[in-house]
Design a protein around this ligand. Structure first.
Ligand code: OMP
Length: 243
């Protein structure tokens, strides 16, 4: 995505996470927030209610981020990507820590899978380091000897070198990743928190405005909107803060 495309409306930049456990609850959120144009279907909803929600989102002409965070051997992630291609979603996730062979196999299978069903290929984006982890956990639980920013950059570059379309990173690393990965590399940031929202389990947060200023193409937000007492007002307030 080029810089001019990045200068889009605030509400087009926000991807709202449909982190609910049933299709009925998901539809209730879609009904409540008709102005949201980009939705994320993640593990909770996909595992509990299957792919039906994707068809519903398509019927409503919404863009879809299918966040299944694949993490497996090359043959398995390739099979999963080939199968996911038929859903005709916009974004799909895989962990960079699968390694280059798996990332390459996944990208190739996704492209082939999309061509086989005559659909555009979803953009495959790689998780660098989950936003729920901090540098202490990286060092002492995961035993990664690199500093956190260096590790996140390394994971993003692995994805870029393998031909993936972009990466998922915390807003705290997005400026550095943007500088190193260039303007054509899609950078999607979860772990975004307005000042007035609860941080929850997110450890490397920034405000929506700061994240965009630092170079994020898209912001992924769930609870600050969906668990707010008034989700419509929360979404409107975030759009207003983004300017
Ligand atoms: O891939 C993701 O979207 C993701 C990656 C990551 O590192 N951290 C992260 O929070 N996410 C997702 O972003 C969403 C954040 O939700 P909230 O914390 O409720 O805003 C959740 O659906 C997470 O699964």
């Amino acid at each position: 995505m080029k810089a001019d495309e990045r200068a889009m409306n605030a509400d087009n930049r926000i991807i709202v996470a449909l982190d609910v456990s049933s299709q009925e609850d998901a539809i209730a959120l879609l009904d409540k927030l008709p102005d949201v144009s980009f939705w994320k279907v993640g593990l909770e909803l996909f595992v509990s209610s299957g792919p039906g929600i994707l068809e519903i989102l398509k019927q409503r002409e919404k863009r879809i981020f299918l966040d299944l965070k694949f993490h497996d051997i090359p043959n398995t992630v390739a099979g999963a990507c080939r199968a996911a291609a038929k859903y005709n979603v916009d974004l799909l996730t895989i962990h960079s820590t699968c390694g280059k062979d798996a990332l390459k196999a996944a990208q190739l299978a996704l492209t082939e899978g999309a061509a086989a069903v005559d659909k555009p290929s979803p953009k495959l984006i790689a998780i660098t380091l989950l936003t729920s982890l901090n540098s202490r956990q990286l060092a002492f639980e995961l035993k990664i000897p690199l500093e956190l920013p260096e590790y996140a950059l390394h994971m993003a570059l692995l994805a870029k070198e393998t031909g993936l379309a972009g990466a998922v990173c915390s807003p705290q690393e997005v400026e550095q990743l943007r500088m190193s990965c260039g303007d054509d590399f899609l950078l999607v940031c979860p772990g975004v928190r307005p000042k007035w929202a609860d941080g929850g389990d997110q450890k490397r947060s920034m405000t929506p405005k700061a994240a965009v200023k630092a170079g994020a193409d898209y912001l992924v937000m769930g609870r600050p909107i969906t668990a707010a007492p008034d989700p419509v007002a929360a979404f409107a307030r975030i759009c207003e803060e983004l300017g």
